[in-house]
Design a protein around this ligand. Structure first.
Ligand code: PMP
Length: 357
């Protein structure tokens, strides 16, 4: 079989050792004679793996005891609504507009009755190629929402902004890819399908003091109830949580988030360095705002972009087409993508460039 490198933005590449372990124990989980996809969420087999996954993620993120980790469903998109529903008790919230997904978060928050949603900073003026400064906020907001990594645009908060009040974040596309002082956040949420597990799991991390503020919420949308029930009020995504646990251990074995960030910086550096000297391809993103995990690049000629994507695909470099909103190319370099994949991509780009020149 041809060597394939998967640069997809999500669902995305998973670590080979994790996939192999799943394959090896797929028919009989821990000698039970049952597949992981067949065991009960009330069994001790599941309880053990659930608590292990929770503990391992807590250790990876250095989360203190006053944070609850929830393993939910509905994707990050459900959190766009569930977060303000649970936390915005005064109905005054602030959002930083850094592109497509942050705008989706705003749109959902606006659907809550009486909600005042202020956009307190935006990088619209730079066509979302930068990360905006957040001005000093005079109003008392329930929270300030940021998207730490902008999957489509290819920008990231490389530093956590200092804001008054509770900071909350959509970390869907760079959770566990780089260190942040996670205890500076009141809520962190992320769809799993980029850096954690297959689609179907959403990780939500909530600081204790933000729970229990709103009564009478629909059961499945209530953080407090989900926390009380260890995310198992109804049937949780067992296979996803199992895979997430394996990925967390894989991350631990390679030096946790700090060790992984080092590798991610090396990977991103190889591609950004190549782009900086290329006469054909370039990065449209301001240097200080560049993402480690989603790297857009363009030739400036959409026909040539399409030609490159097709040639790359035929050579085994999959899913390099940019999002339809921005065009061009995008290489997603999530944790499980090897440094060899990036080196091979850059070699291929150099060859393509020579052929064009
Ligand atoms: N936020 C960001 C930053 C994303 O990249 C995505 C998905 N690409 C989402 C939210 C939506 O995630 P989901 O599909 O899990 O709802």
């Amino acid at each position: 079989m041809q060597q394939v490198y998967n640069f997809a933005a999500g669902p995305a590449v998973l670590p080979q050792p994790v996939l192999k372990q799943i394959q090896a124990e797929f028919l009989s989980y821990h000698g039970s004679g049952m597949s992981i996809t067949e065991i009960s969420h009330r069994s001790s087999l599941f309880q053990d793996l659930y608590h292990d996954a929770e503990q391992t993620l807590r250790q990876l993120m250095h989360l203190p005891d006053n944070y609850r980790i929830l393993f939910l469903q509905g994707g990050a998109s459900l959190q766009f609504y569930m977060l303000p529903l649970n936390i915005a008790v005064n109905r005054q919230v602030a959002y930083v507009d850094t592109g497509h997904w942050s705008q989706k978060a705003v749109t959902e928050a606006q659907k809550l009755a009486g909600m005042q949603v202020d956009i307190v900073a935006s990088s619209k003026d730079s066509s979302y190629t930068t990360i905006p400064e957040i001005p000093t906020l005079n109003k008392a907001y329930d929270y300030v929402h940021i998207t730490t990594n902008n999957t489509i645009e290819g920008t990231a908060f490389n530093q956590v902004p200092d804001v008054k009040g509770t900071l909350v974040a959509d970390m869907s596309s760079n959770i566990l890819a780089q260190e942040y002082p996670f205890d500076k956040f009141g809520v962190i949420y992320a769809g799993a399908q980029k850096n954690i597990a297959p689609a179907g799991l959403t990780v939500v991390i909530v600081r204790d003091d933000l729970l229990g503020q709103v009564e009478g919420l629909p059961t499945m949308l209530d953080y407090t109830l989900q926390a009380k029930k260890d995310s198992a009020y109804n049937t949780p995504p067992v296979f996803d949580i199992y895979t997430a646990g394996l990925v967390f251990h894989w991350l631990q074995d390679r030096g946790g988030i700090a060790g992984t960030e080092k590798i991610n910086r090396a990977k991103a550096g190889i591609l950004y360095d190549y782009l900086a000297q290329s006469k054909l391809f370039h990065s449209p993103i301001a240097a200080a705002a560049r993402s480690l995990t989603n790297i857009p690049f363009v030739t400036g000629d959409s026909n040539l972009d399409a030609e490159f994507v097709a040639a790359a695909d035929a050579a085994g470099f999959k899913n390099l087409k940019g999002h339809r909103l921005v065009g061009g190319m995008r290489a997603s370099l999530y944790n499980a993508l090897s440094i060899e994949a990036v080196t091979a991509l850059v070699d291929f780009m150099a060859k393509f460039e020579k052929g064009v020149g």
